[in-house]
Design a protein around this ligand. Sequence first.
Ligand SMILES: Nc1ncnc2c1ncn2[C@@H]1O[C@H](COP(=O)(O)OP(=O)(O)OP(=O)(O)O)[C@@H](O)[C@H]1O
Length: 591
Amino acid sequence: MTVPPPRFQRLRTLVSFVTPHRRVLVAGFLLGLLGSAVGLATPMVTKWVIDTLGQSDTSLWRPVGVLLGLVVVGAAISMWQWVIMGTVSEKVVLDARVSMIRRYFVARVREITGRPSGELVTRVTSDAGLLHNASASIVGLLNSSLALVATLILMGVLDRVLLGLTLASVLVVGAVMTALMPAIAKAQEAAQESVGRLGGALEGALRAIRTVKASRAEERQTERIVADARDSAAHAIRAARRTATVWTISWTGIQLAIIVILGIGAWRADRGLLEVSSLIAFLLYAFQLMGPVTELTQNVTNLQAGMAAAARIRQVDAMEVEPGSPIDAGVARVAAGSGEVPILEFRSVTARYAPGTEPAVRGIDLAVPSRGHTAIVGPSGAGKTTLFSLILRFLEPESGEVLLDGRPYRSYTHDEVRARLAYVEQETPVVPGTIRDNLLFTHPDATEAEVMAVLRAVRLDDKIDSLAEGLDTSLTENEVSGGQRQRIALARAILRTPDVLLLDEATAQVDGLTEAALHECIRERAAAGAVVTIAHRLSTVLDADTIIVLEEGRIRARGTHAELLAADSLYRKLVEALRIAEARPEPVGAA
Ligand SMILES: Nc1ncnc2c1ncn2[C@@H]1O[C@H](COP(=O)(O)OP(=O)(O)OP(=O)(O)O)[C@@H](O)[C@H]1O
């Protein structure tokens, strides 16, 4: 089997975006044909009008009436075609955008975090937009090619010699287009890639704007990102120059041909080899030829841009998604935390982020009881976050398995697993919107009473009362501090009592009120369900029923604070190095 050349593959990719709308496209094509037919008939009817002028006995009204009718019908058809093609092109863009947005949210976490998010955004905003012109161009290309052929045929009917001249100029124009088009496509593709890079770099730099400013790196960042913008402009300008060359050659070629046709045609008419009315009709066709030739050039240019964009959009489809349905659907659900079965269990779990790299965790055996607080400690890079990623199913084990209520993860859907968990990220990101939007993010159906109860639990009730817009205050405003944002994230997590609360403790020092609220919540939750923390404070480990010490991806020791202090040197070092032994906050009641 022969592998189709990439250009055909790309055209096929582009066509795959428009095929769902083929009916409308066919209607657009037929309307285009009808429009061309009306346009092509006009010179012939004009000839009829001229021929009728000499015959005084024949009424002029009929050909003139037909001519006027053609003008009106032609206008109506072209408007109708314009409207339906414009609509279908926007639908193609919408389809592409919707499919990418959906894909982003079902893709595996590593697929999303592995690329600059600005670049992913560019694909939805800018690349998808390029499909607009390209989809109409597929139909336009067919229409203009047919219109070109039909015009040439009608010209042949009028005069073969003049047709020969016209054909020669059309061939020259065609040869120039074929030679220059691939270079235009390449330049356009390079320009789009630079825009993608620009989006990625800009988004990343804006996200880190505080660090950028604190590092006095504004100038360097600006230069780096502007370089991508310049790169894109350079490619786009190259494409524009080549397009201009193609256009100029096409236009000039046809215009020169018209002048020559006029000269030779007049000479032939003078010698009685051609009727004057035929010469006028021929010239009208020659002028009409400009339309299909211009459209062809424009459509081919749009198509090139669309093909490059379609290829970039289809790359999103290759993103690996999280499996959506349980493989083992027949297994009955076990009630949450029932009996002695640990709610979460790791059995000889080894996991790595990419094939060929060192495992991030190896041989992990761990049981998290359905009640109580399990704290994970360890040096940087020991694998703490990886354990959370495995629990949250952002990462799958390479060997061994994770169980929920004694049943392997693979017998649940991702959704079923996550419905039992609540997660507070270390950086406690807030989602765009108001405080209320953030609190209801996981459970949009929570009642006002539930919201108020968690706000009291995280000691945010007074703060909310003091805000002019209360729960409807937008979190983009700076009225809410870092500690308060952490408490909002915690409130979101505990809004509907999860079976397992996963808390990645902030490494930075938090304010006393936030710390007290956190510990109170951990204690309360641990009494009713399972709490797993990545602990960065001694106060948190002191609270824990079991502490897991991780080192280089393995569990090195486990036990209570007292047991580990006595038995494990790394644990002692961790406690000392962080100098958190003395930092134990006042009892919660006093905070
Ligand atoms: N997305 C990733 N891709 C490849 N390797 C990764 C990725 N995330 C972590 N690792 C590697 O896996 C190992 C464990 O990392 P992990 O983030 O779990 O450690 P950690 O204990 O949470 O560290 P820290 O306290 O610094 O956050 C490290 O060697 C790290 O380099």
